[in-house]
Ligand binder design. Sequence first.
Ligand code: ATP
Ligand code: MG
Length: 375
Amino acid sequence: MATVTFDKATRVYPGTEKPAVDQLEIDIADGEFLVLVGPSGCGKSTSLRMLAGLEDVNGGAIRIGDRDVTHLPPKDRDIAMVFQNYALYPHMTVAQNMGFALKIAGVNKTDIRTKVEEAAKILDLTEYLDRKPKALSGGQRQRVAMGRAIVREPQVFLMDEPLSNLDAKLRVQTRTQIAGLQRRLGVTTVYVTHDQVEAMTMGDRVAVLKGGLLQQVDSPRNMYDKPANLFVAGFIGSPAMNLVEVPITDGGVKFGNSVVPVERTALTEAANQGDTHVVVGCRPEHFDIVENSGTELAKDDPSGAAGLAVTVNVVEELGADGYIYGTAEVNGETKDLVVRVGGRQIPEKGATLHVVPRAGETHVFATSTGERLSD
Ligand SMILES: Nc1ncnc2c1ncn2[C@@H]1O[C@H](COP(=O)(O)OP(=O)(O)OP(=O)(O)O)[C@@H](O)[C@H]1O
Ligand SMILES: [Mg+2]
């Protein structure tokens, strides 16, 4: 087992100018499950392939434990990789597929058999060891690919979208199995996916990339509670965080007919940067629904309506709760908003709800830089 360090690792593909991965800096702890996530083309596979030794590193360094592996060939790095198209050898049995790397490495037959049987037990593949891959389900094939990596007892597992060939239900099952397996084996793992739900449910920590640049690396909880910038705020969470640009007023920001109190320091910082507006973020579950009149908030409001009026366009009922997809006029512009409501308070399509972001649950970002300003 080992730590993994990306030390300002940079990859510039020949014939291109912009780095595909630009000075990536991540310290991964021994035994940690780190997930690299981001939209297509953001540099996830390139980062993983640099660590595997399949891609040249044009700047910075990569270390596994205290070994500088930046220029070592893949075979000398003590890693095992599971790819998206796990391409099992069709003419070999499951046992032969799993033991193949060991056979190439000259390990004796008895030892190979022992290691393969151990891995098969862990992966629940014992009864399939003599079958050919074509006689297995997608999920079982995926586990054989995992088995090939496990028998090598590497210092680090690398996985590039290993679940993308599975259907939705199997993906969910298998991601739990992989996360559980990794915890039991305790092998440092770097896992690539474009699916933020997969990232949030599997990783000890998640690293979000965009355009080759690391945006934030944090625990799933912190990533959700304190996204570092607008990109992460919009990328992590489903349905996504509502993000609305609003003018700064005395003591808060103007959100429709209400003044929503937000952290004073965040507004001071925005003003110091010369911004007159900030972007306020509110997750769907952090809106309070307010009565139409007679409330404290409605007092100063000539129209008598407190909060932001949201017209309900689509209602998604999920039983325990529901999501309202609606539109609202915010400072003269029509904005799409998503609001979570309790399962017994689902409004009708076409109805109007009045909502206010819950105090203490808002996020403030600078309009000019997109960086987080609130605590
Ligand atoms: N061999 C190559 N030559 C030139 N550019 C490349 C090469 N491979 C990848 N790129 C570019 O580098 C960037 C990062 O690619 P990469 O494959 O790392 O993205 P990714 O995050 O894994 O995307 P996806 O989710 O689609 O797999 C992209 O802009 C891609 O077009
Ligand atoms: Mg990729």
